[in-house]
Design a protein around this ligand. Structure first.
Ligand code: NOJ
Length: 536
């Protein structure tokens, strides 16, 4: 058997991940918030898209201070989303369809309403005291050091009960767990096993790079690049609060838990420069299978910068480290808003033709855009705490647009966030049968990727970045596939740089191009992208 045949790759290398923000996917109970029965109803839609891996943002019991990223019971289901029976049915229905389920795991912090924290805050002698990060006040009575919260203000919250502060990297309702404590580690590994025993196929680990903090509690240094437009959190470089050397031991331990079971997946949410990011694959690849690569989320939409980033990433990957690419998620402005509706097609083509596992954020497949949120509709605690800096995450979390009926078929109740005004035009039902729609374009690209080993698992070779043009080749032993993308709003031409004498177009952002040949000159229209099989 040839080493590079698709059957020698793991499912998570070959398949595409689809992120569901459960509050906004499909509401069957009528309370205006999505739920598990709603997701079950839509599984065939996801399957028919050609997607086999679903990652669902947190569905555990939670006071919802940070919409589920504040967990009060790691082994339960929030009644708003359904029951454990609903969850078991969801998992079963997913597996029946030969699909996989990835859960969000939030180990850095719990809710302040979690029984561990309730116990921990009772007294300095509580058996759970050391499960969280408690410190005496500074000599002036203020916080123990200068650590800040991502969501604004100090990272320390004073607790009168015991005259100490506890650390919270996010909201004060999200106290950080003390991962240096073996008891915390064991309790959290127990949680992982609970879900793995049930049969979940892996986890996306929330803020993996935050798990360990400096044990000397040193002050973070100032960030020399900080300006007033930034979030106040960026006043400091996170030298002592994130990406600490010992975090890798924890990731390795998580991976060992994952490896107690067959073929499960460990994804890490990590926002770091590439050199630091790739460390999370771990020594001898004993860390995360997929440390999320957010470069397409954070980089400017510029062909040269993107090519440089791809090449740097490809070069930095450890041997056997499998790449991955993300275009959007529930924390960042939607791709169609960042780059515009026309370029969103180019972005989809890029995501689905790069080497590595792609992650698609729900709704991007129909070209959903950020929805503008009036001040009295704001839900996101980040916007409430740090208003006016463009940090609101509600715009990218709005309900999925299923059809042209009231509330886009998302709910019979009052949707928890407003819908996009154009949902009558922009929805799944309307786009499914329209050949030129974004949804049909996504389906075509997904089918092509899944059919062509060159795209699914083949090598990547850069061809050029020039002006707005970005071109590369993906190749398997049998086939070479050429991709050229115009990231600009005016026409662009490739001639002497064309790395073949003849190619046949397999997919295009524009109608009427498929099946045509390419040879001496390629005239790309504004916002046009092509995928072509090299024949000579
Ligand atoms: C990252 C999650 O993606 C985000 O939504 C959340 O607010 C923070 N972690 C805190 O859990």
């Amino acid at each position: 058997m040839k080493e590079r045949e698709p059957e020698n790759y793991k499912w998570w290398q070959k398949e595409i991940v689809y992120q569901i923000y459960p509050r906004s996917y499909k509401d069957n109970s009528g309370d205006g918030i999505g739920d598990l029965p709603g997701i079950i109803e839509k599984l065939d839609y996801i399957k028919d898209l050609g997607i086999k891996v679903i990652w669902i943002s947190p569905i555990y019991p939670s006071p919802m201070a940070d919409f589920g990223y504040d967990v009060s019971d790691y082994t339960g289901i929030h009644p708003m989303f359904g029951t454990m029976e609903d969850f078991d049915r969801l998992l079963d229905e997913i597996h029946k369809r030969n699909m996989k389920l990835i859960l969000d795991f939030v180990p850095n912090h719990s809710s302040n309403m979690h029984e561990w924290f309730q116990e921990s805050r009772k007294s300095k002698d509580s058996p759970k005291r050391d499960c969280y990060i408690w410190k005496d006040p500074a000599p002036d009575g203020g916080p123990p050091n200068n650590w800040l919260s991502v969501f604004g203000g100090s990272g320390w919250e004073y607790d009168e009960e015991t005259n100490q502060y506890y650390y919270h990297a996010f909201l004060k309702e999200q106290p950080d767990l003390n991962w240096r404590n073996p008891e915390v580690q064991e309790a959290m590994f127990h949680v992982m096993r609970f879900w793995l025993e049930k049969g979940v196929d892996g986890f996306r680990v929330d803020v993996m790079w935050h798990l360990i903090k400096d044990d000397q509690f040193r002050d973070n240094p100032p960030n020399p690049d900080y300006t007033k437009d930034y979030s106040p959190y960026d006043k400091h470089l996170q030298a002592f609060t994130t990406d600490q050397p010992e975090v890798h031991d924890i990731v390795e331990k998580m991976r060992s838990v994952i490896d107690e079971y067959d073929e499960r997946l460990l994804i890490g949410e990590i926002y770091l420069p590439v050199e630091q990011l790739v460390e999370y694959y771990g020594k001898d690849n004993r860390g995360a299978h997929l440390p999320f690569n957010f470069q397409l989320v954070v980089l400017p939409w510029d062909a040269r910068k993107i090519e440089a980033a791809i090449n740097k990433y490809e070069g930095a990957l450890p041997p056997e480290g499998w790449p991955n690419w993300v275009l959007g998620n529930h924390d960042n402005s939607r791709i169609a808003t960042r780059v515009g509706a026309k370029q969103a097609r180019i972005a989809a083509m890029l995501l689905l033709t790069l080497r590595g596992t792609p992650t698609i954020y729900y709704g991007d497949e129909i070209g959903m855009e950020d929805v503008s949120i009036a001040p009295d509709q704001v839900q996101d605690p980040q916007e409430k705490n740090i208003p006016g800096k463009g940090l609101n995450r509600d715009p990218e979390r709005t309900p999925m647009q299923w059809n042209a009926s009231e509330n886009a078929g998302f709910t019979n109740g009052n949707p928890w966030l407003p819908l996009m005004g154009n949902f009558k035009e922009l929805n799944v039902e309307k786009q499914w049968d329209s050949e030129e729609s974004m949804l049909s374009f996504y389906r075509k690209l997904i089918a092509l990727r899944q059919k062509e080993p060159a795209l699914q698992i083949g090598n990547y070779r850069p061809v050029l970045s020039k002006g707005n043009l970005l071109a590369y080749i993906r190749s398997s032993e049998e086939k070479k596939i050429f991709i050229t993308l115009n990231l600009g709003n005016s026409g662009a031409v490739m001639d002497s740089e064309i790395p073949f004498s003849k190619a046949v177009i397999l997919a295009s952002t524009h109608a009427g191009r498929e099946g045509k040949s390419l040879n001496k000159t390629i005239d790309l229209q504004a916002n046009e992208g092509l995928v072509a099989e090299i024949t000579e």
